[in-house]
Design a protein around this ligand. Structure first.
Ligand code: KQY
Length: 367
């Protein structure tokens, strides 16, 4: 095992690039946990395979699979998706994976965060804790080890020095109870190379991550963000999104710009049915969703790939307007909708199950 670098990315001139900057590849993991995924994870595997196939049209996909599941995964994965053996507990590489960084010379490094399964929701997470280190080794990227419990889904950057986060999540006592808000912010600046951190108060209603920003709000370009929204003032999401919008209206980014906010109306509200919940196998130490629980459904949980946008769809009347809005927000990119409900049942969506590796110096990838 190679020791982590003794410095921080900010010391060394590294920063987290925006998701729209060119990728070398997308990393994913293969879902198997029966205490998270219904029906022994079969329907989730079909959904992940569809997402991997959609991404593979735009850029290489490397998918980590538990060694005992490799043969089965390969029969379900579309051609063009590389499956490799990897140890992990659950399949949310946005969160247990590394955050990749680049410098102005296009060198690649990454942050290996501490991980505790969203405040201890799903034991065991000991193998997940090592995914960040292992993926960086496989990518050949030197590693910074951050002394901070953090998940990639809790972070969105504009690549120009601004970071969006949610207080409800980052200040939740199950993550870093020994650190103040200022201390958490200082570590984020140091490990992501950002100058301005915009703290939104709450995440999406029903989100078991305590409010990851990647369900609530994302940059679509510097100076412009998309925010999940509902016009229904009786829906608990209304107050949450309205509070975020009010805060964003006052905010300035790292370059001193005001932010334009674009609302994307949420689907639903959606809930897990009794039939769906009945086929999740309870296990000691796991707290999966129960029948009737609200699901954190949001079109904000889309993922940008080279030349494309992979967006979750929910078989909902709002799907069409969300697709049209995303096409408008990302001109020049092809928007591809994929079925999102099965992944949502596990607690997240397309953005949560993917992790971009930026294109480093001298790397060429066909867009
Ligand atoms: O929002 C995400 N980035 C991940 C969701 C994880 C849910 C765990 N069951």
């Amino acid at each position: 095992m190679v020791d982590p670098l003794p410095t921080t990315p900010a010391d060394d001139g590294f920063r987290m690039p925006a998701e729209w900057e060119p990728h070398a590849r997308t990393w994913m993991l293969w879902p198997t946990r029966p205490d998270v995924w219904r029906e022994g994870a079969g329907p989730a595997q079909a959904a992940y395979a569809q997402v991997a196939g959609a991404i593979a049209r735009f850029e290489p996909v490397t998918l980590g699979v538990l060694p005992g599941h490799l043969d089965q995964a390969r029969t379900l994965l579309p051609p063009g998706v590389e499956a490799i053996p990897l140890e992990y507990n659950d399949a949310w590489i946005r969160d247990m994976g590394p955050t990749f960084l680049v410098n102005d010379q296009g060198e690649l490094r990454g942050v290996h965060w501490r991980f505790n399964a969203w405040g201890g929701h799903y034991a065991d997470w000991s193998a997940d804790e090592e995914v960040g280190r292992r993926v960086l080794e496989l990518a050949g990227a030197p590693r910074y080890r951050a002394d901070l419990v953090m998940e990639g889904g809790a972070l969105h950057v504009d690549g120009e020095g601004t970071l969006l986060v949610v207080e409800e999540c980052l200040l939740h006592p199950s993550r870093n109870p020994h650190l103040s808000k200022a201390e958490i912010e200082a570590r984020l600046r140091a490990f992501l190379g950002v100058e301005t951190v915009i703290w939104l108060p709450w995440g999406v209603a029903g989100d078991e991550t305590n409010g990851h920003v990647d369900n609530l709000c994302c940059f679509v370009e510097p100076g412009r963000v998309a925010l999940t929204w509902t016009d229904d003032v009786t829906d608990p999401q209304h107050e949450r999104s309205a509070a975020a919008e009010a805060l964003l209206a006052q905010a300035r980014d790292a370059r001193g710009r005001r932010l334009e906010v674009v609302r994307i109306h949420q689907p639903g509200p959606m809930h897990i049915t009794a039939e769906e919940a009945a086929t999740i196998q309870p296990m000691p130490g796991s707290r999966p969703r129960q029948a009737g629980d609200r699901l954190a459904a949001s079109y904000i949980n889309h993922y940008l790939v080279n030349g494309g946008v992979i967006a979750p769809l929910f078989d909902d009347p709002r799907d069409e307007e969300a697709l049209a809005l995303l096409a408008q927000l990302y001109p020049g990119r092809e928007v591809v909708g994929v079925p999102g409900r099965e992944i949502l049942l596990g607690g997240g969506n397309v953005h949560c199950i993917t992790q971009q590796q930026p294109r480093g110096r001298g790397e060429t990838v066909t867009d």
